[in-house]
Design a protein around this ligand. Structure first.
Ligand SMILES: *Cc1c(COP(=O)(O)O)cnc(C)c1O
Length: 395
C-alpha cells in the first residue's frame, strides 16, 4: 500500500484543476497583453479567473495579483509594507517565531537594513493570541505579518481577532494563508486582512502559481520588474493555464469544504489517538485550533530522518519538519520555537492528510509507525541511555 501523507508539502493535482488547464494550453494560448483577438480571448479568461478568485476570498477582482506562488506573494507583501513604513519613519514589524522561511528570511533581510522585528513567542499552546499582538504594538509599528495556519505543526492562528486589533491600531496586516486557503474559510474584508498570500499547490492546484491579495489603496512595491501586467505591480506574461487550474482547484475545495473538513478531521483524530499510545512522544501544535489534516509528533530517542526513510520503504510518505529543512542538520525552527529541545526536535514526524486519504491508509500508518519507532529505538544508543537511566527522559 502506498500512502501519501505529505500534503502540507504539496498535493496531487485534482481532475477539476487539470481539466480547467487544458483549454488555456490548447485554445486560449494567446498573450493576454496582445491586442489581437487570440490575445483578447486569453485576457477575458484571465479576468474571469480573477473575478472568481476574488469571490473565493471576499475581495474585489482588482485586489488580486497573480504570482508564482506563496513565496513570491509573501516577499512582495512584506517588502511593500516595509517600504511604506519606512517612508513614515516606522520601522518595526510584528511576526511570530514559527513563520515559513518565505516570511522569516525577508524579515531577516529587513533587520539587516535597520528594521526591528518582534517575533512573538509560540510556546504557550503552540500558538499566539490577539492580545500578544496588541501588547507588541509600538508607535513605530508598520506591519503585522502572522501566518493563518502553521505548515509544520498545524496550529490555526486567531486571524480575525488579530485583524480587528490591527484595524483599530491602523497597522497593516498581512497573513501567509498558504496552509489555510482551500482548507479554512477566508473572507478578507470581514477578517480585516490587508494583504494575504496563497499558493495553488497546497490545495490540489498546480505548482508555481499563487495569489497576493492586496487591499485597494495600499501601494505595492514590485519584486519583479518589466511589463505592465497585474496593474503594473508584477511583470511577466501571465501563467494562464496555472491560473485557471488554481481557480478551479480552490472553487472545488471550497464547494466541499465542510464535508472534507469533517472527513479529514476524523482521519486525523484517529491517527493522533493511535500514535499517542507510543511511549515517550508528544503532539506538536495547538491541540484544539488545528488544521484538519495535520498530525505532528516528536518521538524521543530517534532521528526523524531515519524514520522517514524507513516509512517510505513501507509505503508511507511523510515529512519531518519542513521539506526546506531536510538536508540540513539543524532541527526545524518551528519545533525549537515551540520549546522542543534539539534532541527531541530531531525525532519529529509530520503526517499531513487530504481528502484523498482513506481510513484503510490510516490503519496502515498506525501499523507501520509504531513498528518503525520501536525498531529505531532498539538500535539507538540514546534510547539505551534513557532506558538505563544514564539520560533522563524529556517526554
Ligand atoms: C508552501 C508554503 C509557502 C511557499 O509557497 P510556494 O508556493 O511553495 O512558494 C509559504 N508559506 C507556507 C505556510 C507554506 O506552507
Amino acid at each position: 500500500m502506498q500512502v501519501y501523507a505529505d500534503n502540507a508539502a504539496t498535493t496531487k493535482i485534482s481532475q477539476a484543476a487539470l481539466q480547467a488547464m487544458m483549454p488555456a494550453f490548447e485554445t486560449y494560448y494567446g498573450n493576454p497583453s496582445s491586442l489581437h483577438s487570440v490575445g483578447q480571448e486569453a485576457k477575458e479568461v484571465l479576468e474571469n479567473a480573477r473575478e472568481r478568485m476574488a469571490a473565493c476570498i471576499g475581495c474585489e477582482p482588482r485586489e488580486i495579483y497573480f504570482t508564482s506562488g506563496g513565496s513570491e506573494a509573501d516577499n512582495q507583501a512584506i517588502l511593500s509594507a516595509a517600504r511604506l513604513g519606512e517612508k513614515k519613519g516606522k520601522k518595526h514589524i510584528i511576526s511570530t517565531a514559527f513563520e515559513h522561511h518565505a516570511v522569516l528570511h525577508v524579515l531577516q533581510k529587513l533587520e539587516k537594513e535597520g528594521f526591528e522585528v518582534t517575533y512573538l513567542d509560540v510556546k504557550t499552546n503552540h500558538n499566539i493570541t490577539a492580545q500578544d499582538v496588541k501588547n507588541a504594538i509600538r508607535p513605530e509599528t508598520c506591519l503585522v505579518t502572522v501566518m493563518y495556519a502553521n505548515n509544520e505543526i498545524g496550529s490555526i492562528l486567531p486571524i480575525s481577532e488579530i485583524g480587528a486589533v490591527c484595524k483599530e491600531a491602523g497597522i497593516l496586516f498581512h497573513t501567509d494563508a498558504v496552509q489555510a486557503a482551500g482548507h479554512l474559510a477566508i473572507d478578507v474584508k470581514k477578517q480585516n486582512i490587508d494583504m494575504l498570500s496563497l499558493s495553488a499547490h497546497k490545495f490540489h492546484g498546480p505548482k508555481g502559481v499563487g495569489v497576493l491579495y492586496c487591499r485597494r489603496g495600499i501601494a505595492l512595491t514590485n519584486v519583479i520588474d518589466g511589463g505592465a501586467q497585474e496593474r503594473g505591480k508584477r511583470a511577466g506574461t501571465e501563467n494562464l493555464p496555472a491560473i485557471c487550474g488554481m481557480v478551479a482547484a480552490l472553487e472545488e475545495s471550497l464547494a466541499h469544504l465542510e464535508e472534507n473538513t469533517k472527513k479529514v478531521t476524523a482521519l486525523r483524530d484517529k491517527l493522533i489517538s493511535g500514535l499517542s499510545r507510543i511511549p515517550h512522544c508528544a503532539l506538536n501544535g495547538d491541540p484544539k485550533n488545528r488544521l484538519s489534516g495535520n498530525v505532528s509528533f516528536c518521538f524521543e530517542g530517534i532521528e526523524g530522518e531515519s524514520l522517514l526513510l524507513l516509512l517510505d520503504m513501507k509505503g508511507v510518505q511523510a515529512s519531518s519538519g519542513s521539506a526546506c529543512t531536510s538536508g540540513s542538520l539543524d532541527p526545524s525552527h518551528v519545533l525549537l520555537a515551540i520549546g522542543r529541545v534539539h534532541d527531541v526536535a530531531h525525532g519529529s514526524l509530520r503526517l499531513s492528510l487530504s481528502e484523498y486519504n482513506t481510513e484503510e491508509e490510516i490503519d496502515h500508518i498506525l501499523t507501520v509507525v509504531p513498528e518503525v519507532v520501536a525498531y529505531l529505538r532498539s538500535i539507538s544508543p540514546v534510547w539505551r541511555d534513557l532506558q538505563t537511566g544514564k539520560r533522563t527522559y524529556i517526554l
